[in-house]
Write a new protein. Structure first.
Lengths: 294, 324
């Protein structure tokens, strides 16, 4: 990679990235899974709407194994697991995406500033980043969710505000290496302001890296939401896959061998997380200059 | 001399970070959310007199600065308050639980390290091969498994369907008159499922770390030299690759202590393992704030301490750090 000249036009850059992604088995599997997951979560609830009040009328319908009427069996209230799983997918997806947005914005800004201003300001920011990097994340978000209540918004904020430190570190190290390049020196000597250098010349060069990181962070955020919801800290109104598993656990579904209640939401989480992980991993190898040589 | 300076600097950082966690904890539980009396007393309706009495009892009539100083003093002397649900000093409860968690974490981490590092070595040695890519994909799949769900699935398969292993607790209830050997065997049986769960979920991470570190090392010039002088590739890997990769693996491992702690909370919850994690889960359900506050501080301090120990170990193993 030598300076900006090696960066082709935007369109062809995206095209070549896509080609490399599709050529990588991991990337291709990730993209296909991703399309599958999106279809599932946006078309599914339209085709098979879920009514949470549609409970069992007879005790036979409670925790019932799959039948012709209930394809994936019923839960402890006699509701259809298949329809509940379809409905839950959107909650998991939206919380994951929104939390990632917050996390990436904070992480990128901190990384850009800490990498560009390496004096006192950069040091202070890196200390804060390291502080968040070593804090055990799960206990931290558990405590925050307990204190601030259980809602959709709080979950998004809690996950987003605690998971930006990895992004900050990655962006910072890339900014540091860019900053030392000749073209930045030349632009500076022409009298460009710091703000302009960061915004116009450095940011576009770290954007691909941020993009690859974003896809990986989405996977982490969805896992974090699922875990919090499983521990009983999900939004009671918007039932996600994690919340379903929480109720399944409380109802003793595992001990009673009710596999049909546990497998669908869990497999949903695995599929969605795996889709983003595979895609992100592949993108990271394509777009991260530190990994590109392999 | 330089070594001493490094240690002093690291100790300074350790003290500052733990102090920051303590202050953060204070801020979270005493200052941010609404009325602390409601949090502390957890009672619905109180007479104004009772509220005043509670305020005095917990020193909440003092200024925030005074409260903060009291809080630091109590923390230093191990006075962490009384649990709402157990009606027992928090510090005593923590002492009972901590060893159970350490036992679980130690067992699973050893297994994870052995399997993860060997799988990573195999993948790195045959970089680009079919074995390599299937190991990488397997690791990514394992990474994508939610820990708690993996535990639940194992309960159904190994516990309920095959009746092979106990699915809950740390020992068989009612089995009191066991010999020491039988007791160890009993705990060993109970620890198996939680350990397998943690091992499956964390293994992928360690395999990927080992692989990428080794791949980095194997592209170094001295590896080329070793190959050029005719060393068989097995020897290059063991004598030149692995020793140089161990250090970065060690540091990255320290960063994953936080992840392992998160896994322990989930596994202990699912398998009712009487450790810190299950304690936190119960405290969440019952809104037992003193327990939550103390266990958060405790886990954070432990993770920070683990990172500190790694830094110091690193210095003793890697001569370059002493000069830097």
């Amino acid at each position: 990679m030598n300076d900006t000249s090696s960066f082709p036009k935007q369109e062809s850059f995206m095209k070549s990235t896509w080609k490399l992604l599709w050529a990588d088995p991991k990337g291709r599997a990730g993209v296909i899974l991703l399309i599958f997951v999106l279809l599932f979560s946006f078309l599914g609830p339209v085709l098979f709407p879920f009514n949470p009040k549609d409970m069992a009328t007879t005790s036979k319908e409670i925790l019932q194994a799959p039948t012709a009427q209930h394809w994936w069996g019923t839960d402890e209230m006699g509701r259809d697991v298949f329809r509940a799983t379809l409905a839950g997918s959107q909650v998991s997806l939206v919380v994951g995406l929104m939390a990632t947005l917050i996390s990436i914005i904070i992480g990128s800004i901190v990384g850009l500033i800490a990498g560009y201003y390496q004096g006192f300001l950069g040091n202070v920011l890196m200390r804060i980043t390291d502080f968040f990097l070593v804090l055990p994340i799960l206990p931290l978000i558990i405590v925050l969710a307990v204190l601030f209540g259980q809602s959709f918004t709080i979950l998004i904020l809690v996950i987003g505000l605690t998971s930006w430190s990895g992004t900050a570190r990655i962006v910072r190290s890339q900014v540091i290496s860019l900053r030392e390049r000749q073209f930045i020196d030349r632009i500076r000597s022409l009298g460009a302001s710091d703000f302009r250098i960061i915004g116009v010349h450095i940011l576009p060069n770290v954007l691909p890296l941020i993009f690859a990181n974003t896809v990986l962070v989405i996977a982490g955020s969805i896992l974090a939401e699922a875990t919090l919801a499983f521990l009983g800290l999900g939004d009671p109104v918007h039932v996600s896959w994690g919340t379903m598993l929480h109720y399944a656990f409380i109802a003793g579904a595992a001990g009673r061998g009710a596999w049909w209640y546990l497998i669908p939401p869990g497999l949903g989480i695995v599929t969605i997380v795996l889709a983003f992980t595979l895609t992100g991993h592949s993108l990271d190898q394509i777009l991260n200059p530190r990994l590109r040589k392999y | 001399m330089l070594r001493l300076e490094f240690i002093v600097k690291k100790i300074g950082q350790l003290v500052v970070t733990i102090f920051a966690v303590a202050s953060f904890n204070f801020l979270l539980f005493r200052v941010l959310p609404g009325d602390p009396i409601r949090l502390l007393a957890r009672a619905g309706r109180l007479t104004p007199e009772a509220i005043d009495r509670l305020r005095q009892l917990f020193g909440l009539d003092q200024s925030v600065v005074t409260q903060y100083l009291y809080y630091l003093r109590n923390l230093a002397t191990g006075e962490l308050g009384i649990s709402f649900t157990y009606r027992q000093p928090v510090i005593e409860i923590l002492q009972e639980r901590i060893s159970n968690t350490l036992l679980l974490l130690a067992t699973s981490t050893v297994i994870v390290l052995i399997i993860g590092v060997s799988a990573g070595m195999i993948a790195a040695a045959r970089r680009g091969s079919k074995i390599d890519s299937s190991l990488v994909i397997t690791s990514l799949v394992f990474w994508s498994l939610p820990t708690f769900w993996t535990g639940l699935v194992l309960i159904i398969i190994l516990g309920v369907y095959f009746h092979a292993l106990p699915i809950s607790g740390m020992s068989t209830a009612g089995a009191d008159n066991l010999t020491a050997f039988e007791r160890i065997l009993d705990i060993g049986k109970h620890i198996l499922l939680p350990t397998i769960t943690l091992a499956i979920v964390d293994m992928g991470q360690f395999m990927l770390i080992t692989r990428s570190t080794l791949v980095d090392v194997l592209t170094e010039d001295y590896i080329l030299t070793a190959k050029a002088k005719g060393l068989p590739s097995r020897k290059v890997l063991w004598n030149h690759g692995l020793p140089n990769a161990l250090l970065p693996i060690l540091t990255t491992t320290a960063l994953y202590v936080s992840l392992i702690v998160g896994g322990a909370i989930q596994v202990e919850t699912v398998f009712s393992w009487p450790g810190m994690g299950r304690l936190m889960y119960d405290a969440v359900l019952r809104r037992d704030y003193p327990i939550l506050e103390a266990s958060f501080f405790f886990t954070a301090a432990t993770v920070i301490l683990a990172n500190f120990i790694t830094d110091i170990l690193y210095m003793f193993i890697d001569p370059r750090v002493r000069e830097a």
